[in-house]
Design a protein around this ligand. Structure first.
Ligand code: ATP
Length: 238
């Protein structure tokens, strides 16, 4: 089993406040891990460290064989807020993100259209964000990350702003994309049911400074009430 992402002995301080202390975490290649925890425990900090937006005070972050030194297209990020350029179409937003790969224009266009089709937005490629619903905008943001063919997909409460039905459709889409592509996924959420529906593994962070309180495999099939209550207990104790 190869490891896609390795966090070793991570400590992070914001000013004098310790946020994470000596935290270790490994994400096997192709795995889907949900990261849960109470507000402020450091979930986004972990994701930002893997994305390369933040450097640890101590410890190491490795992706594949290489230390993470900054953001890179092989680690795609999807946030709760879509962060699309309002003056670009869906296709334009995805194409623009591919510029840093140095791909020729025709290849950028081909990839953008393929990624938009993959997320079910082939017909919306020419639309501007203001013409798209929240769920559709989040599909564009997902297509933007996928078009770069990332090995790791980092998602920070990506469906938190969507209504229940759209959210459930996006969860189905994400499961399907993950199964088809085999991308390693790290998914931050507040929602235990979302974590259990999507992930094969749940990691609970908590405490001050944050640390891993629980790390459990999610069995296939209907959600286990025992696992749910164990996670809920840890969240309550965060
Ligand atoms: N740039 C920053 N400067 C100072 N403190 C920060 C910074 N970023 C995060 N923090 C603090 O670090 C702690 C962890 O923040 P983080 O966003 O990682 O938590 P979280 O678990 O993702 O929270 P939430 O669920 O509310 O999004 C919080 O106390 C937060 O206030």
């Amino acid at each position: 089993m190869s490891i896609a992402v390795r966090l070793e002995g991570l400590s992070v301080r914001h000013g004098s406040a310790p946020v994470l202390e000596r935290t270790d975490l490994e994400l096997p290649a192709g795995s889907f891990t949900a990261l849960l925890g109470p507000s402020g425990c450091g979930k986004s900090t972990v994701l930002n460290l893997v994305a390369g937006f933040l450097r640890p005070t101590e410890g190491r972050v490795t992706a594949g064989a290489a230390p993470v030194r900054g953001p890179a297209p092989e680690r795609g990020v999807v946030f709760q807020h879509y962060a699309l350029f309002p003056w670009r179409t869906a296709r334009g937003n995805v194409e623009f993100a591919l510029k840093r790969l140095g791909l020729p224009r025709a290849e950028r266009r081909r990839r953008a259209l393929a990624a938009l089709a993959e997320v079910g937005l082939a017909d919306g490629a020419g639309k501007y964000p203001a013409q798209l619903s929240g769920g559709m905008q989040q599909r564009v943001a997902l297509a933007r990350a996928l078009a770069a063919e990332p090995e790791v997909l980092l998602m920070d409460e990506p469906f938190g702003a969507l209504d229940a039905l759209t959210r459930s459709r996006m969860q189905d889409l994400l499961r399907e994309l993950w199964q088809r592509r085999g991308t390693t996924v790290l998914f931050v959420t507040h929602d235990i049911d979302e974590a259990l529906a999507l992930a094969e593994r749940v990691v609970v962070l908590g405490g001050t400074p944050g640390r891993v309180l629980a790390d459990r495999a999610v069995p296939a099939g209907p959600p286990s009430p025992d696992l749910r209550s164990l996670i809920a207990r840890h969240l309550g104790s965060g």
